[in-house]
Design a protein around this ligand. Structure first.
Ligand code: ZN
Length: 163
């Protein structure tokens, strides 16, 4: 159990492609537990490996804990297999860009596959906040933050507010 330091944008690690987790070891299990502790302490609803300097394809999320229902997910090597044509704009917060929410348009629904800490594979259709958080965290694994989803004008405005 440990709360880790969260890297702040524009740390270069937040713009770096992460590599797959090739084996679920005790180190990975400890890392995931520490990431959940860090996420809940922040407090946030999602945290990706690169945000604490672990350049691996894994993230943790819990879409409902702030409403009183804990539903932690550890998503190792996630893949978004499909998404809805329908999309929606929502303000997103990021623990690595504190204080600046960005209006990001994303698909409302996704189908995502991942491996958990036991090595089991899951496939789930997500919508609502869950789909939003998973897409945001998935972006982190590809070196993208919410700013990277904005047009140039909106981005410049929000970057100026942050820096
Ligand atoms: Zn983020």
């Amino acid at each position: 159990m440990a709360v880790l330091d969260i890297l702040l944008w524009p740390d270069a690690r937040l713009s770096t492609l992460c590599v797959p987790v090739d084996q679920i070891t005790d180190d990975i299990r400890k890392l995931a537990a520490d990431m959940l502790d860090t996420m809940y302490a922040a407090p946030g609803r999602g945290l990706a490996g690169p945000q604490i300097g672990a350049m691996l394809r894994l993230f943790v999320m819990d879409a409902t804990w702030k409403e009183g229902i804990k539903s932690p997910l550890v998503m190792i090597n996630p893949e978004i297999l499909s998404h809805s044509d329908e999309s929606i704009e929502m303000d997103e917060a990021c623990l690595s860009i504190p204080g600046v929410d960005a209006p990001v348009t994303r698909p409302t629904r996704i189908t995502i596959r991942w491996t958990d800490l036991t090595g089991a594979t899951y496939l789930r259709e997500m919508d609502g906040a869950e789909a939003r958080i998973a897409q945001h965290e998935f972006d982190h694994l590809n070196g993208r933050v919410h700013f990277d989803r904005l047009d140039a004008k909106a981005r410049a405005h929000l970057e100026a507010a942050y820096l």
